[in-house]
Design a protein around this ligand. Structure first.
Ligand code: SAH
Length: 392
């Protein structure tokens, strides 16, 4: 078994069960891509079993902090089973869910979503890439399902020195699927949709939005960065009179339109606008158009802390526009999915936007990813999605 030895003083993070080892923390030792290594303190003491990734700045990620544990096919079966059992306990109101959320489930770099009887996986790290066959078997065995589609067409693969890959890994079947969420029906394209097909992390957000729209009796609702209209359905189901979905992706809007009809809502209650959300909001302000509720769920503006400053300006701009476009008493659901922007910073940014817009807002709820996308105490980076529900 190969070993990598850390520099003195670089052990702390692993001792606190954080699974990443950065390039600069390593004193000596190397291995092949995905190979299991013993990660040692500077004096040779055992810290963790991990996998090595020669191309990545995150040079190793820990599988296990238990010296007696063997990293083999049975290890992946145990981890996968644990991840599935955790979801069983959550009582998720949907037949789509995240089954494996990477580091938070002790499977660094692995994302697995379930859509009905189909699994979709992303292998984002040399370690899970190397164990792909064992992981695929463990997943299908534990879930009792026949089909697994791979969506490893993600940018982080490049950082790992891995090629992008997409296609059936086990079994085959349709890639256009239908799922149920909160009683609504949604179509998901697992081959071409964003992420693994849908933003399952916003399941709770959509449900909370329906709650508030109904509670407050919001009539005119704007869903900015709507993708395929998840929040749009929430608003329509909650009784909104008129909902506008804005996105810069035409195929996403086409699905949003289809979702409105498929769920039995009058298409006249919905308008889909193919536009830049900033531009659309500016136009509304120019025309004196106002809303009772607005959702802002933009894409990741900052992947890393280094990009946080520019991202902060972008978040501030869009939030200022939205706050100005709300009627007095209006509801804002505003989100950031940037890993580089923490919850505290995000709140400050929104506060800055409110100063500029000349309004105050009461935080009636703090929002985050649905609990099948857990952040854990040992891996706070898992908490990428944060949101505020504000009454202006
Ligand atoms: N709220 C959605 C997910 C939104 S993801 C849900 O619940 O499913 C972010 C969306 O923003 C993507 O659909 C992307 O197409 C869109 N987008 C990216 N840049 C945009 C821009 N400048 N203006 C409008 N939409 C944009």
């Amino acid at each position: 078994m190969k070993a990598i030895r850390l520099r003195a003083g670089k052990e702390r993070s692993l001792q606190r069960r954080h699974p990443w080892v950065f390039e600069g923390s390593i004193a000596k030792g190397r291995a092949d891509a995905g190979e299991t290594v013993r990660i040692e303190a500077h004096d040779g003491a055992f810290l963790a079993w991990g996998a090595y990734s020669p191309a990545s700045a995150i040079r190793a990620r820990a599988w296990s902090f238990d010296e007696a544990e063997r990293i083999d096919a049975a290890f992946f079966e145990r981890r996968v089973r644990q991840a599935l059992q955790f979801r069983e306990r959550l009582g998720i109101d949907s037949d789509a869910r995240r089954l494996v959320h990477g580091e938070a489930d002790g499977l660094p770099g692995l994302v697995v979503d379930r859509y009905g009887d189909t699994l979709v996986a992303q292998f984002g790290f040399a370690g899970v890439e190397r164990w792909k066959a064992a992981i695929a078997d463990a997943l299908l065995g534990a879930a009792g399902l026949p089909r697994l589609y791979e969506r490893s067409d993600i940018g982080v693969r490049r950082l790992e020195g891995l090629p992008e890959q997409r296609g059936w890994l086990r079994g085959d079947g349709p890639t256009q699927l239908e799922i149920r969420e909160h009683g609504w029906t949604l179509q998901v394209d697992i081959a071409h949709g964003h992420k693994t097909g849908a933003y399952l992390d916003q399941r709770t957000g959509r449900q909370r939005f329906a709650h508030w729209v109904q509670r407050l009796g919001c009539a005119e609702v704007l869903n900015a960065f709507s993708y395929t209209g998840g929040f749009t359905l929430a608003a329509l189901a909650a009784g909104a009179r008129q909902v506008t979905s804005v996105d810069s992706s035409a195929p996403a809007l086409e699905l949003a339109r289809a979702h409105v009809a498929r769920n039995g809502f009058d298409p006249h209650r919905h308008e889909a606008v193919d536009a830049d959300a900033n531009g659309f909001l500016r136009q509304c302000l120019d025309q004196g158009r106002r809303f009772d509720a607005i959702v802002l769920d933009p894409p990741k503006f900052a992947a890393t802390a280094a990009q946080a400053e520019r991202a902060a300006r972008a978040y501030k701009d869009i939030n200022r526009l939205a706050l100005r476009a709300l009627r007095p008493g209006g509801l804002l659901f505003t989100f950031s999915c940037s890993g580089g922007i923490g919850a505290e910073l995000f709140q400050k940014i929104v506060a800055g936007a409110a100063v500029d817009a000349g309004v105050d807002g009461a935080i009636v709820e703090r929002l985050g990813a649905a609990p099948d996308h857990p952040a854990t105490l040992f891996f706070p980076e898992g908490e990428y999605l944060k949101g505020l529900a504000l009454l202006v």
